[in-house]
Design a protein around this ligand. Sequence first.
Ligand code: PEP
Ligand code: MG
Length: 323
Amino acid sequence: AQKRYASLRDQPAMDKSGQTVSLMMNAGLMADLPSLKGSGADGVGLFRTELQFLTRTKVPRRNELVQLYKRVMDAADGKRVNFRTLDIGSDKVVPYMKPQDEPNPAMGWRALRVGLDKPGILRMQLQALLRAADGRPTSIMFPFIALPEEFYAARDTLLRVRDREAQMGRPVPEELRIGAMLETPSLGFAPDSFYRDCDFISIGGNDLKQFFFAADRENERVRRRYDTLDGSFLNFLERIIARCAVSDTQLSFCGEDAGRPIESLTFAALGIRTLSMRPASIGPVKHLIRRADLGELRQVIQQARNAGQSSVRPAVTSYLAHL
Ligand code: PEP
Ligand code: MG
């Protein structure tokens, strides 16, 4: 099977009817970079920048980060990389931050909330990203946004950093794409203007799902209790898909479910046309997309929902099994 997937590496993820899906990879370590070529990924849909912070005893220096990010962009060789700004705090404890005594760390002081309250590190990281880019197109997304105002504040910070870099005579990217991660249900109900203002939106399905079903992603007792393919979650995804279509905002899905074949094909059939996953999943997902007809699968999904099935998993599984 590995060999079969390898032969697909340079083939597009195109279904029987000619619709294409962009398959990107998730990364976070320098060790992930060789997979960019090996997996045939269209780019890095999610680069988790906190790993570099979690493995140090001190805040990394800006110059170290510049070198790291440069290596990532060099390896991407012009392909897109969505750098996700720091998602630390609470459960992802860094040694140089005072541990917070929080009863619910996943819903606590984490990610962009820390970045906005203590903007020093966020600004330093944004500076490092722009310097590493050295004028190349750059794509940056902010994690764990619950309200549009948080996105706007982060975007302002980024634009101020960019203007300052330019004033100092440093090259700044002509093409700077600023995106939001959709990880809390509230963003699904944000005003239209928010969707228009995001250059792109990436669904962080791991967090979104835990807040949607109120089921801790770290708790073995409940983490697999609710099905991503339950009609309620699909209704929510369809709402996001429709809203992004109206505002012409590029939409991707980058949680673990994007790398699971049944989930992945379902998302593509519903209309999410960029999926970011661990590199090893790209081959198997591409293989299935090339054998499937996404329009047909969409009908299969609608039929299962019309028939009142709670999860479309059995219907999608059976469709894929007969390809
Ligand atoms: C997610 O929540 O789905 C996500 C991609 O981010 P992380 O898993 O790093 O929280
Ligand atoms: Mg997340």
